[in-house]
Design a binder for this molecule. Structure first.
Ligand code: FAD
Length: 446
C-alpha cells in the first residue's frame, strides 16, 4: 500500500468532524445507514458517500438501478460535510483565458455551460426533494485584491454571457454599497448564479433522497480490498462484501489510491481550512457595513473565502498546510484569524468558535476529471474539482449515472479523459510546497 501523503489524523473515519456544521445540526439529522455486513449484491457499487457518490446513487435509483454506496465514515464525513457552502460555478484552477488557450473557445464555453448546469442541478434537487439546506444569498462575489486582477474578472463576464448566465464587474464603491467594507478590494465580479447553503444539511438531504428512491447506503464501511474478475467486482469491508457489475469511485481528495492503481498519482489532495466566529451582534455586522448574504472570495492565489451565516457567524476559509498534523492545524487557524482581522479590522479580535479542515483535490491539468476507465469501462470515476464540488460533484455524479444508463453524458474537453499522473507521485507533497511558495510570489507580484 502506498504511504499516505498526509498525517494519519486526517483519515480518522471513526472520529466526528469538529465543524460548525456538525455542531449545529439538530438532533436526529445524521443519516441512518447501517454498516455493510455479510455478502451483498448490487448493479452498481459506489465508493464514497459525498455529493458525487450520493448524486450518482440518487440518479441511478431514480432509473430503477440497484445502486449502493459504501462510505468509510458516516454519510458526509468527507469534504461534502465540511465545505464552506458556496454552491457556485467553478471547479478548475484555470481561468477562462487559460482554458481557451488549451481547449479553444467553444469547449471553454461548453465547460462553463456545464458548470452553470451543475448549480441548476442542485437547485432542482433542492426543489424536487424539498431539501432544507438553509439557502442564502443571490449570486456569488469575487473581489479583486489588486487592480490588476480586474482583467480576469472581466474575462469571466464574457464567458458567462456566452454560457448563458449573467455576471458583471462592479466598482470598489459599488461593491462596498452592495456587499461589505473590506481592507483589500479594488472592485468585484458578481455572478448572478449560485448561493450559499449548509453543506452538511445538503449532503444529508441528498442521502435521504437517494434512500427514498431506493438506493442503499452503508456507513462506517471502509473498502479495504477490491477483487476484480469474472466480469464483476467485489468490494471487501471489515464485516462484509459487495459484489457489483459496475463500480463508481467517488473518493475525490480521499481517493483510496491503494485500491485503484489506474487512478494512482492523478490527484493532488490539498487541505482546505475553515474558522467560524461566534455570532456577531447587529452592531458588529454594521461596523463592517455588511449587507450581503452571498458567498464571497478574493482573487489571491492564497485565496480567502467567506460568508455571513444565517446566525451572523462569519465563516472564513483558506487553503494550506502540507502536513495535516494537529500542530500545523493550530498554526493554520492562527493564520486564518490574522487574515480575517486584516480584511475586516472591526472583527480583528472576535473569537473563533470552530476550526476544521478537509481535503480538496487538484489534477495535473488543473481541471476535473470524470468518465470511465479506458481499459475497463465498468469502472467510473470523478475527481479533481479544485475545491469547488458542491455543484460540480453533484453534477458529476449525475453524469456518471447517465453514462451507466447508456445515455450520452455531457463531456466538454476540459474534463474529458484521465488527467496525466503527477510526475514522481510520491513527491507530491514537495510539489505542493513548491506551489504554495509560488503562490506567495504570485500574490506579491501580480
Ligand atoms: C474545508 C473545505 C471547504 C470547501 N468549501 C467548498 C465550498 O464552499 N464550495 C464548494 O463547491 N466546494 C467546497 N469544497 C470542496 C467540496 O467539499 C468537495 O469538492 C466535494 O465535497 C467533493 O465531493 P465528493 O463526493 O467528490 O468527495 P467527498 O465528499 O470528499 O467524499 C469522498 C468520500 O469517500 C470516502 N472514502 C474514501 N476512501 C474510502 C474507502 N476506501 N471506502 C469507503 N469510502 C471511502 C471518504 O470517507 C469520503 O467521505 C470544500 C472542501 C473543504 C475540505
Amino acid at each position: 500500500m502506498p504511504a499516505r501523503l498526509f498525517d494519519d489524523s486526517q483519515y480518522e473515519w471513526s472520529k466526528p468532524v469538529a465543524s460548525h456544521w456538525e455542531a449545529s445540526r439538530p438532533p436526529g439529522s445524521a443519516v441512518d445507514a447501517p454498516a455493510l455486513s455479510g455478502d451483498a449484491d448490487a448493479d452498481v457499487a459506489i465508493i464514497g458517500g459525498g455529493y458525487c457518490g450520493l448524486s450518482a446513487a440518487y440518479h441511478l435509483a431514480c432509473a430503477g438501478i440497484d445502486a449502493r454506496v459504501v462510505e468509510a465514515g458516516h454519510i458526509g464525513w468527507g469534504a461534502s460535510g465540511r465545505a464552506g457552502g458556496f454552491c457556485c460555478v467553478g471547479a478548475s484552477f484555470l481561468g477562462p483565458s487559460e482554458l481557451r488557450a488549451v481547449h479553444g473557445e467553444e469547449e471553454t464555453v461548453a465547460f462553463y455551460r456545464a458548470l452553470a448546469d451543475a448549480v441548476r442541478t442542485v437547485e432542482r434537487l433542492i426543489a424536487e426533494e424539498a431539501l432544507d439546506v438553509e439557502a442564502q444569498g443571490d449570486g456569488v462575489w469575487t473581489f479583486a485584491h489588486k487592480k490588476s486582477r480586474l482583467k480576469e474578472l472581466e474575462d469571466h463576464v464574457v464567458v458567462a454571457e456566452r454560457a448563458g448566465f449573467a455576471a458583471e464587474v462592479v466598482t470598489p464603491e459599488a461593491f462596498t454599497v452592495r456587499a461589505f467594507a473590506c481592507g483589500e478590494q479594488f472592485g468585484a465580479l458578481h455572478e448572478k448564479i449560485g448561493f450559499g447553503l449548509n453543506p452538511l444539511a445538503y449532503c444529508q438531504g441528498l442521502a435521504r433522497a437517494a434512500q427514498r428512491r431506493g438506493a442503499q447506503l452503508y456507513a462506517r464501511s471502509r473498502v479495504l480490498a477490491w477483487q476484480r474478475g469474472d466480469g464483476g467486482h467485489r468490494l471487501v469491508t471489515a464485516a462484509g462484501s459487495l459484489r457489483a457489475r459496475r463500480v463508481i469511485v467517488a473518493g475525490n481528495g480521499y481517493l483510496p489510491e491503494e485500491l485503484v492503481p489506474e487512478l494512482h498519482g492523478r490527484t493532488l489532495p490539498i487541505i482546505s481550512n475553515i474558522v467560524t466566529t461566534r455570532p456577531l451582534t447587529a452592531d458588529e455586522v454594521a461596523a463592517q457595513g455588511w449587507k450581503t448574504r452571498s458567498p464571497a472570495s478574493n482573487t489571491r492565489a492564497h485565496l480567502s473565502y467567506l460568508r455571513l451565516l444565517p446566525d451572523n457567524r462569519l465563516l472564513f476559509g483558506g487553503r494550506g498546510d502540507t502536513t495535516g498534523k494537529p500542530a500545523d492545524g493550530a498554526a493554520m487557524r492562527a493564520l486564518l484569524e490574522r487574515r480575517l482581522g486584516a480584511l475586516f479590522p472591526a472583527w480583528k479580535n472576535v473569537e473563533t468558535a470552530h476550526f476544521w479542515r478537509g481535503f480538496i483535490a487538484a489534477t495535473a491539468r488543473l481541471t476535473p476529471a470524470l468518465g470511465e476507465l479506458p481499459d475497463d469501462p465498468s469502472i467510473s470515476y470523478a475527481f479533481g474539482c479544485h475545491g469547488n464540488g458542491i455543484a460540480f460533484m453533484t453534477w458529476a455524479g449525475r453524469m456518471l449515472a447517465e453514462g451507466i444508463l447508456g445515455r450520452q453524458p455531457v463531456m466538454p474537453a476540459p474534463i474529458r479523459g484521465l488527467p496525466p499522473r503527477f510526475p514522481l507521485p510520491a513527491t507530491r507533497i514537495w510539489q505542493l510546497r513548491a506551489l504554495i511558495a509560488g503562490a506567495y510570489v504570485q500574490d506579491a507580484l501580480l
